[in-house]
Write a protein that binds this ligand. Structure first.
Ligand SMILES: [Zn+2]
Length: 166
């Protein structure tokens, strides 16, 4: 299913920060600092552990499952970022902040956004899942001219048979 992509605070260039944005940024910084303190104290992962984590996470997400977004960050910079295609907005759950590639602010909460495009077209077998009993062919299913001619002839033959019976 194609997600209905949401937009917020467009045009991004004219967006004015709200009180909610300031408090979200403040909160993100506090969480970040807390994590920094505790991660520094934690023992480093061994390579083995790293591999196990990779196994748990599974293979990297294919490009066609990703969507590009234009984001305005708290610092005021507008950047592009990638999110899972199925999400209707780019700032859900843990994805509500970025590290700004322009000024380096980290964390930098997303204050406005608009969808851009899919990273890649889906492979043919994922493009459309129409119920098989439907007579209509999905738009992604392009039949070759030879197939259409063959089908046309088969229909004519069937029609002739029916006429003969009538
Ligand atoms: Zn910035």
């Amino acid at each position: 299913m194609e997600a209905e992509y949401l937009r917020h605070g467009v045009p991004l260039a004219d967006y004015q920060l709200t009180r909610a944005d300031h408090s979200r940024q403040h909160e993100a910084v506090q969480v970040h600092e807390w994590l920094q303190r505790h991660v520094v104290q934690a023992p480093r992962w061994s390579d083995k552990h790293g591999e196990q984590m990779q196994d748990l996470l599974g293979p990297p997400t294919p490009a066609w499952e990703l969507q590009r977004w234009r984001l305005r960050l708290y610092c005021g910079h507008v950047i592009e970022a990638t999110r899972l295609r199925k999400n209707p907005r780019p700032d859900g759950a843990l994805g509500d902040k970025e590290c700004c590639p322009e000024c380096g602010l980290d964390p930098d909460v997303i204050v406005a956004f608009e969808p851009l495009r899919a990273v890649a077209a889906p492979p043919p077998d994922k493009r459309s899942r129409m119920p098989s009993h439907s007579a209509r062919k999905p738009p992604g299913d392009r039949r070759s001219k030879a197939e259409l001619v063959a089908e046309n002839e088969a229909l004519r033959a069937e029609l002739d048979t029916l006429r003969d019976q009538a």
